[in-house]
Design a protein around this ligand. Structure first.
Ligand code: G4P
Length: 536
């Protein structure tokens, strides 16, 4: 198969949602349709569901939330689909943001009973920033809830993106009859006990009297009215607008009952973007370029406790990746080769010989990689755009004398993985851990203990945010550094960071030090730390 047709076969995406909206259920249905797993009905069993294929970590099973993002690849209708799983829990949102830099599109699930929830709004901000194409699946139509028009209004206003329904539900809750596909111009009737993978009844003409016979006169009339209204209000689907991230097509269904899932998957396969270009510090890198390049967006340590594996997940951006070939690690200025690169189906790993743009591969790593690192065929560019956001909670790490060395190692590994952010103060003597939520501290403590045999404790710090600071004004810079030396530290790459105590104080400093740039977001740049420590 030619290089161009390999690229055109790839679709790389993530499913994102607020916890409990149905991400695990939908993921498993996709895998079932594709034949990648066989256990139909498994999702209904709590026991099996909570140890779903994408759940990597012991702690996840204990808590029933998805802590680590996993990658699943499967074939569907002749395409190679790479599905990047994301943790739904708010405390791990940084992991999700980073994963969003490695996909070409997303499917957003909205719970039709709860509507748009907080986590969804945040994730969509990142998608909008990156102009990522989004398809929306409104789930749990088998339950009573708000009207579909209300839901669309809410989605449009809360995620600030134009929506366009491609399917429309016929009633909902106990009375849910099915959906009309505005894309295929077909009606599919809901059957709570489907014999096939999905229900089989289709009616191709909306005006046929068959509609009355199957859904009744009232609902038939309502559907015809709704569909007319829809085309007036939302207009018609244009793929280009979706690909530009301007319009989000919407589907309705019930993942648990396998309803509307196949339409969603089939339409996704029809319209989702091929691997897209990625920005580097020198230029945009196109997937069609034959020289290999890729970047690490996630690191996962010790999947298998017996081997203490560490896997760097790399998104291939251009060219063909080949096993056992030397590639340039741009930050370390060294060449590395990989004898057992892996592709994934949940916990099942396969060694692969080659990979193409859009693919995500796992590289076994002995501490060479950090999130954001670029690997190339020899070129010296660095991929851009993996953001690092200011943490919300800060604590100082207090070590217990007995486990000092293991603790240092564990903290370094965990923060390289992006589990939390590490800052240092007082020439490295004080270590500050920053997280989005409390749960991350529990994960860190659990993993330090179970994977590194190290115990620690955390002292709370009353910081509001970490601001990355730069300035071209030497006098102001020196004055500020002297004045607030007790609150200035370095991030993991050696960049100066100011820990501000409150929002009010931040505004005060911004006014007082007009030539100092205070930023709550940094890009993770894979350049040598020495360059980064410069004042500006
Ligand atoms: P998540 O990964 O987004 O957190 O959600 P997950 O798929 O685990 O689904 C959360 C809950 O919602 C599960 O119920 C699941 O069965 C249910 N669910 C998913 N899709 C639908 C749907 O279309 N209709 C209805 N009515 N429920 C749905 P649970 O009680 O937490 O688990 P379980 O005991 O059902 O396995």
């Amino acid at each position: 198969m030619s290089y161009a047709s390999e690229i055109s076969k790839r679709r790389t995406f993530a499913i994102i949602s607020h916890p409990d909206a149905g991400k695990t259920t939908l993921t498993e249905k996709f895998l079932l349709f594709a034949g990648a797993i066989q256990s139909a009905g498994a999702v209904k069993s709590n026991k099996i569901k909570k140890s779903t294929m994408s759940d990597f970590m012991e702690i996840e099973r204990q808590r029933g939330i998805s802590v680590a993002s996993a990658v699943m690849s499967f074939e569907y209708r002749g395409l190679k689909i790479n599905l990047l799983d994301t943790p739904g829990h708010k405390d791990f949102s940084e992991d999700t943001y980073r994963t969003l830099t490695a996909v070409d599109s997303v499917i957003l699930i909205v719970d039709s009973v709860k509507g748009v929830e907080e986590q969804t709004e945040n994730l969509m901000k990142v998608c909008r920033m990156r102009k990522t194409p989004v398809i929306i699946f409104i789930n749990k139509l088998d339950r009573e809830g708000r009207s579909s028009f209300d839901l669309l209004d809410e989605i449009e206003s809360k995620i600030a993106l134009k929506v366009l329904p491609l399917s429309w539900p016929i009633s909902r809750g106990a009375d849910f009859k099915g959906v009309y596909s505005l894309y295929e111009k077909k009606i599919r009737l809901f059957d709570i006990h489907p014999t096939e993978a999905e229900d089989a009844i289709t009616i191709s003409d909306l005006h046929s009297a068959e509609l009355e016979r199957t859904v009744g006169e009232v609902l038939a009339g309502q559907l015809r009215e709704d569909v007319e209204l829809l085309s007036g209000v939302y207009g018609f689907f244009e793929k280009q607008q979706y690909l530009a991230g301007e319009v989000a097509p919407v589907f309705f269904g019930s993942a648990l009952n396998n309803f509307g899932v196949k339409e969603l998957l089939d339409t996704f396969v029809d319209i989702a973007p091929l691997p897209m270009p990625r920005d580097s510090d020198q230029r945009a890198i196109l997937p069609e370029e034959e020289a290999f390049s890729g970047f690490v967006f996630k690191i996962h340590a010790n999947l298998d406790l017996r081997h203490r594996d560490r896997i760097a997940f790399l998104r291939v951006c251009s060219g063909k990746f080949e096993r056992n070939k030397f590639y340039r690690h741009v930050r370390l200025k060294t060449n590395l080769r990989f004898s057992n690169p892996a592709s994934f189906l949940g916990q099942k790993k396969d060694v692969i010989d080659e990979a193409y743009p859009g693919d995500v591969i796992g590289l076994y790593d002995r501490g060479n990689f950090k999130i954001g690192d670029t690997l190339t065929d020899g070129a010296a560019f660095t991929f851009q755009g993996i953001p690092s956001f200011s943490p919300e909670i800060f604590r100082e790490l207090i070590k217990t004398a007995l486990t000092g060395k293991q603790l240092e190692k564990g903290i370094k590994h965990l923060t390289d993985e992006g589990v939390a952010q590490l800052f240092t103060m007082d020439d490295g003597r004080r270590k500050i851990i920053g997280t989005v939520g409390q749960l991350q501290f529990e994960v860190i403590q659990y993993r330090l203990e179970h994977e590194y045999g190290a115990k620690c404790r955390f002292e709370p710090l009353a910081f509001y945010k970490a601001c990355w600071i730069t300035s071209h004004n030497l006098i102001q810079w020196e004055d500020f550094c002297r004045y607030r030396s007790d609150r200035i530290g370095l991030d993991k790459d050696g960049r100066p960071v100011f820990f501000v105590e409150s929002e009010w104080m931040l505004h005060h400093y911004i006014k007082q030090y007009a030539d100092i740039d205070f930023r709550l977001t940094s890009e993770i740049k894979a350049v040598p730390p020495a360059k980064e420590t410069a004042m500006a």
